[in-house]
Design a protein around this ligand. Structure first.
Ligand SMILES: N[C@@H](CCC(=O)N[C@@H](CS)C(=O)NCC(=O)O)C(=O)O
Length: 209
């Protein structure tokens, strides 16, 4: 069985959404990403992955995969019939990778600066402006379409939707981009997305961090 190491409402939420959308049963291990402890047994998370970051997906053969872009595509390819990623070799598969990469580097990492790393207001404001530029690209793309790639929900949408859910913490309002407000609402009408968010929101409240 697949095993996902996660922290509630962290980027590993996208992997949970992918597993649930694909109907793949998995074991979920709650990790405290700040203390690097696996909650259930107090084990050292850095022994699971030297990166010390979620998501980590443990495969059926015991190998472990990290990086959301890789984990999400691996899950999607386990159940091609769920349509969570275009088939390899198709141009749309490269489009999917394009969005996974953009969300992971230009959006995800960008909002960490104003939220956690920068202490002074000027640096925070500059970081928010930068994230705004990246987000505007996604907002323009979604102005006339329902999903990032093709005409159906893919793992790229799970990834971007997760990032948008965390914007407020970084002091960035999604309401600045009406197309993203509609997009996020659309993604959250999906029963599996809703259930995944509810599960992690409930768990997040139990964490003291
Ligand atoms: N490039 C990685 C980033 C993973 C990442 O930054 N995960 C965060 C949670 S959203 C984390 O676990 N951070 C803990 C740390 O870096 O110490 C990915 O896209 O999966």
């Amino acid at each position: 069985m697949l095993q996902l190491y996660f922290f509630p409402m962290a980027c590993s939420l996208a992997s949970r959404i992918a597993l649930m959308e694909a109907g793949i049963e998995a074991r979920y291990h709650l990790v405290n990403i700040w203390t690097k402890k696996v909650i259930e047994d107090g084990g050292d998370f850095c022994e699971i992955s030297s990166k010390g970051a979620v998501p980590v997906l443990q495969l059926a053969n015991g190998e472990r995969l990290t990086e959301s872009a890789a984990v999400l595509q691996y899950i999607a390819d386990l159940k091609p019939e769920a349509g969570l990623a275009p088939p390899p070799g198709h141009l749309d598969r490269c489009r999917l990778q394009e969005w996974l990469s953009f969300t992971g580097s230009e959006i995800h990492k960008a909002f960490l600066f104003p939220t956690f790393w920068y202490k002074d207001d000027a640096s925070k404001a500059a970081a928010r402006e930068r994230i705004g530029k990246s987000v505007s690209i996604a907002a323009d793309h979604l102005a006339n379409r329902d999903y990032l790639v093709g005409d159906r929900f893919t793992v790229a949408d799970a990834h971007l939707a997760w990032a948008l859910l965390l914007f407020r913490r970084a002091g960035v309002e999604v309401s600045n981009w009406p197309s993203l407000v509609e997009y996020l609402a659309r993604i959250q009408t999906r029963p599996q997305v809703k259930a995944a968010i509810e599960t992690e929101m409930a768990l997040r409240k139990t964490m003291a961090v």
